[in-house]
Each structure stands twice: as structure tokens, then as C-alpha cells.
Design a binder for this molecule. Structure first.
Ligand SMILES: [Zn+2]
Length: 289
């Protein structure tokens, strides 16, 4: 799954290449790619045709294109393998092209949704009440992400203290904080020297503020690495981690030496995924009996 930095790279690309353009026509080539759109493919195409796209927005891993008029937004689900590509109109179709959006201008490019496994897709949704940025109503329950200037840190710390949960679960809880996936959670916990099973109620405010700082640093570092692709016409999501691999300190490093203390890194099964950690730097919490 793409995580926040990858989705932000896509958002920036779309802002550069698609914002302000008016849709001429939409071609839905596979019904699964619009299965989240209540009216189906023909309705999706009819309602998007003629509309002008505003500045693309993101909350966590959720990406949307507000339409001018602020009544509807296009929600993009990238799923496991979804890509939003801006391609020359005369470029050959990708093998797994699912949706094509043609524009009314003469820029010579079109927006393509390509998805090999078709877990992703596009759908049109009403805008949530009192949203200034076209937030689709179906994701109004998703919390702001830590790179959002309006993220409420005080409320986040209070929620952590009040919840009977563990720190990695809390990082992945999209109703508390959005956009932190498995990879970046492991990276931030390693930097903060926190074990993933640490109860959040035991985190002091300075400790949780430090953790939040590490989450932001990890995400910003990933964005900086991905930043070189913004100039390219090719807007791409590269699946899990992709070109951010080289900056990872914890995730995927089982048996490799901890970059801080040299102890072999460990991997444990965790909620159908894996947690990577240093057994020396990130001590397991004592189990109270
Ligand atoms: Zn270590």
C-alpha cells in the first residue's frame, strides 16, 4: 500500500498537471474501477464531464480532486497497485488502463487510472458539510494527518492518554491520526526508541510529542527523496516503499544490525503484518500481572 509520502508525491504531480483543467469526456474501461461510485460507470462519466478540477487535496493516504463549484469531489483510491498517470494523449494505452479522463484544453495530455489488481478506483462524492477544501463526505471521519497545519496536537496527546491501546495501534488508528502506515510507524518508533506494544497511557506528553516529531521527520525525509520526480510528467505511485527504500532504518531490516547500537533487528508478526524493531533500543514493556 502506498503511504502518505507516496500519495503526497502523486498529489503534487496532479496539482501541477491537472488542476484548473476542464474535463471533456471520461471513459470507464473496467467496471471494478468505479465500483465505489454509487451510480456506476456511465453516471460517473456523465457527472464528471464538463467539470473543472480544483487543487488536489489529501488527508492521510486519501486523495481527492475537488470540482469547481464545491459540490462534488473525485475520490481516488490507489489500493495496492493503482496509479494516476498524466500521459500524452497519443501514448499507447497501458495494459491495465481502467479509466481515461480527456480534457477540453489543447495541452495534449490526459489523466489515466491504471491498476493491475483493480483494488483501487475513482468515485464521485458529495462534499462534507462546512468543508472548505472539498473533503468527500465518505472520508469526513478520517483524522487530519501530522503534516496538516490544522492537525490538533493537544487533542492528539489527550486522546492517546485516554485510550487503552498500544502505541503502534494508535499510530495506525485513522480516527486519531491519518496517513501513518506500517512502514512509517516502525521507522518513527525506532527513532523514538519505543517498543510497538507500549501502552499509550504510559506516554508522557513530551514523549508523545517527541514521537510525533519523529513521525513528521520520517515522512518529510521520504518526501525529500521522492521530490525529484515532481518535474517529470509521469505521476506515479510505486506500491510499497518504492524509491523510499534506501532511507529505511527499521522496516524490512530483520537480522541486520541496528544502525544505532548494532544489535540484530527483529521482526514479529503483528496484526497480520510485521513489526520491525531493535530489541536493545526498543525494550518491550513489562507485562503487568
Ligand atoms: Zn538498537
Amino acid at each position: 500500500m502506498p503511504e502518505l509520502p507516496e500519495v503526497e508525491v502523486v498529489r503534487r504531480g496532479l496539482e501541477r498537471w491537472v488542476a484548473g483543467r476542464t474535463v471533456e469526456s471520461v471513459e470507464v474501461l473496467h467496471p471494478r474501477a468505479v465500483r465505489r461510485h454509487p451510480g456506476g460507470g456511465a453516471d460517473f462519466a456523465a457527472r464528471l464531464g464538463g467539470r473543472t478540477i480544483g487543487v488536489p487535496r489529501r488527508r492521510g493516504k486519501y486523495l481527492w480532486l475537488p470540482l469547481e463549484g464545491r459540490d462534488l469531489s473525485v475520490l481516488g483510491h490507489l489500493g495496492m497497485s493503482g496509479q494516476l498517470l498524466v500521459q500524452p494523449a497519443d501514448a499507447p494505452d497501458e495494459k491495465h488502463l481502467r479509466i481515461r479522463v480527456r480534457f477540453a484544453d489543447d495541452a495534449g495530455t490526459e489523466l489515466r487510472f491504471v491498476d493491475q489488481r483493480t483494488f483501487g478506483g475513482l468515485s464521485l462524492h458529495e462534499v462534507a458539510a462546512d468543508s472548505a477544501d472539498g473533503l468527500p463526505d465518505v472520508i469526513a471521519h478520517i483524522a487530519r494527518d501530522p503534516l496538516d497545519p490544522l492537525f490538533d496536537e493537544t487533542a492528539y496527546h489527550l486522546a492517546l492518554r485516554a485510550k487503552r491501546t498500544t502505541v503502534k495501534r494508535a499510530l495506525l488508528d485513522q480516527s486519531l491520526i491519518s496517513g501513518v502506515g506500517n512502514i512509517y510507524a516502525d521507522e518513527a518508533l525506532w527513532r523514538a526508541r519505543l517498543h510497538y506494544e507500549r501502552p499509550t497511557a504510559t506516554l508522557t506528553r513530551p514523549r508523545s510529542a517527541e514521537l510525533l516529531g519523529h513521525v513528521r521527520d520520517v515522512m518529510n525525509a521520504a518526501l525529500a527523496v521522492g521530490g525529484t520526480s515532481f518535474d517529470s510528467l509521469y505521476v506515479n505511485v510505486n506500491g510499497e516503499s518504492g524509491y523510499f527504500d534506501r532511507s529505511l532504518d527499521a522496516y524490512g531490516r530483520e537480522d541486520e544490525p541496528c544502525r544505532r547500537c548494532g544489535a540484530p533487528m527483529r521482526r514479529r508478526a503483528w496484526m497480520n503484518r510485521s513489526s520491525y524493531f531493535c530489541p536493545r533500543c526498543q525494550r518491550a514493556p513489562r507485562v503487568s500481572s
